[in-house]
Design a protein around this ligand. Structure first.
Ligand code: BGP
Length: 466
């Protein structure tokens, strides 16, 4: 007999997904940057699969929601696509067909007893706003986003209780403006990245403000908190780790929960002449409109060391303070190239408890993408993904430890329910509890899906001893 790993009453068991990765583009009046990128540079995408059809949730949402319910989910998150809901991006006027689609999704969740969490932005800026205004670097785009949010709240705010403003906002400047792996694929554009961080924080706070004026529910933000660990306790490594944490985690976490940016961060940016443009009125909005709850996406830690060589870059970039550190003996998921380190979930739980007012929070994404899962199919076509079950058990074990020590966590959402499209990896790595045959769109529950049902029903599981 092993250890019983249990969770609080009414715990959310479910999964996250997003509009751009699930729906397909049919009937959309606008393209987001991911649609545009995959249309114009399809060679960037694994096996040339773009966003056109993806998992066809636009047509199959009923079957999909029922299937997710059948494997024990009591809650799911998806996103409303700005490029689908809004007909006129300048006024925020909605499109009729889109309203019907999202109303139907909400209804189907209700019918199945599923708590639906609606997110407003999942990397899916309308490409026109990038081309016309320079995207998130421009505060006019912030105002247009708030118009979209208002439309969504007006239409669905009385039917959906839990909302989130952004999914992993840090990925927008990091992947799009510093590292160049998401569209618009810019590199080392430090100043622009910094302004984007600020503008998105402002957009999120403005949405929180209008939400509370218009609706009775709760609104949060989903952050990819990537705990940062230094190579050693030497002062240079500690400094590298501190700056990395300030920039990649705390630049969103502190304003979202405390209502202000960390002083050490603004000092550093200011010293380097890259501090964002701001006004006292905007800072006031940020300080008065903190989130009601927090979603935390966790996949892997970030290990860093002090730079061994000076970084030659034309512009300021946070990378000049650290280098990635490959810890000897680290466990890897070779398909995604991410380290597996479940203990970080416990560290996140303690950090939220001790430094962020023990705000109520949930794991909003956690998962393991694996390539070539067909090789694990049994004779009936079921994928025996024991590696995924082990991955989840280890992470849940750490989470339960944090909860036992008082961290205010109310749920666990995996990434993801049904295999879905990914940003340039397309369908390479599969994450779902439910497998997808891309040719036929047939869905088949994996072994992990059946396992998840038992975990949800028992509100826990037994962790066998090694
Ligand atoms: C998160 C995103 C998801 C999802 C997931 C898996 O960062 O919020 O949208 O894609 O990561 O990552 P990937 O698809 O890159 O393998």
């Amino acid at each position: 007999m092993g250890e019983i790993v249990s969770f609080p009453n009414k715990f959310w068991w479910g999964a996250a997904m997003s509009g751009p990765q699930m729906e397909g583009t049919e009937d959309k009046l606008h393209e987001n940057i991911m649609d545009y990128w995959s249309k114009t540079q399809i060679e960037d995408f694994f096996h040339g699969v773009g966003s056109k059809i993806t998992t066809d949730f636009y047509h199959r949402y009923k079957e999909d929601i029922q299937m997710m319910r059948s494997i024990g989910m009591n809650s799911i998150r998806t996103s409303i696509q700005w490029t689908r809901l809004i007909k006129d991006l300048e006024t925020g006027e909605p499109d009729k067909k889109a309203v019907e689609f999202y109303s139907n999704v909400i209804k189907e969740c209700k019918k199945n007893g599923i708590e639906l969490i609606l997110n407003l932005h999942h990397f899916d800026l309308p490409v026109e706003l990038l081309q016309k205004y320079g995207g998130w670097a421009n505060k006019h785009v912030v105002d247009l986003f708030v118009k979209f949010a208002k439309t969504a709240f007006r239409l669905f705010g009385d039917q959906v209780k839990y909302w989130t403003t952004f999914n992993e906002p840090m990925v927008i400047p990091e992947a799009g403006y510093l590292c160049g792996f998401h569209y618009p694929k810019k590199k080392n554009e430090g100043k622009e990245a910094v302004q984007i961080i600020y503008n998105i924080n402002l957009a999120s706070a403005k949405c929180v403000e209008v939400f509370h004026d218009m609706c009775d529910g709760e609104i949060g933000i989903i952050l990819n908190l990537t705990p940062t660990y230094p190579r050693s306790n030497e002062p240079e490594d500690l400094k590298a780790s501190k700056i990395t944490d300030l920039f990649y985690n705390r630049s969103f976490l502190d304003p979202a929960v405390h209502g202000y940016f960390p002083e050490e961060l603004t000092e550093l940016l200011s010293k380097n002449h890259v501090l964002w443009e701001t006004t006292p009125a905007e800072l006031d909005t940020i300080s008065k409109n903190t989130v009601d709850f927090l979603g935390v996406n966790y996949y892997h830690p970030k290990r860093v060391k002090a730079r061994e060589q000076v970084l030659e870059a034309e512009q300021w970039t946070p990378e000049q303070y650290y280098e990635e550190y490959e810890m000897p003996g680290r466990r890897m998921n070779p398909y995604r190239g991410w380290e597996i380190y479940p203990e970080a979930i416990y560290d996140i739980a303690m950090n939220v408890k001790e430094n962020y007012n023990n705000i109520s929070w949930f794991i909003s994404e956690n998962g393991m993408g694996v390539e070539g899962e067909e090789q694990y199919k049994d004779s009936e076509g079921k994928i025996k993904d024991d590696y995924r079950i082990d991955f989840y058990k280890e992470h849940l074990f750490q989470l339960s430890k944090g909860i036992k020590e008082g961290s205010n966590c109310f749920g666990y959402h995996a990434w993801t329910g049904i295999d879905c499209w990914s940003w340039n990896n397309a369908y390479k790595n599969r994450y779902g509890f439910i497998g997808l045959d891309l040719k036929t769109q047939k869905r088949t529950i994996k072994k992990s899906g059946n396992w998840f049902k038992t975990v949800s029903e028992n509100n826990g599981f037994v962790m066998e001893e090694e």
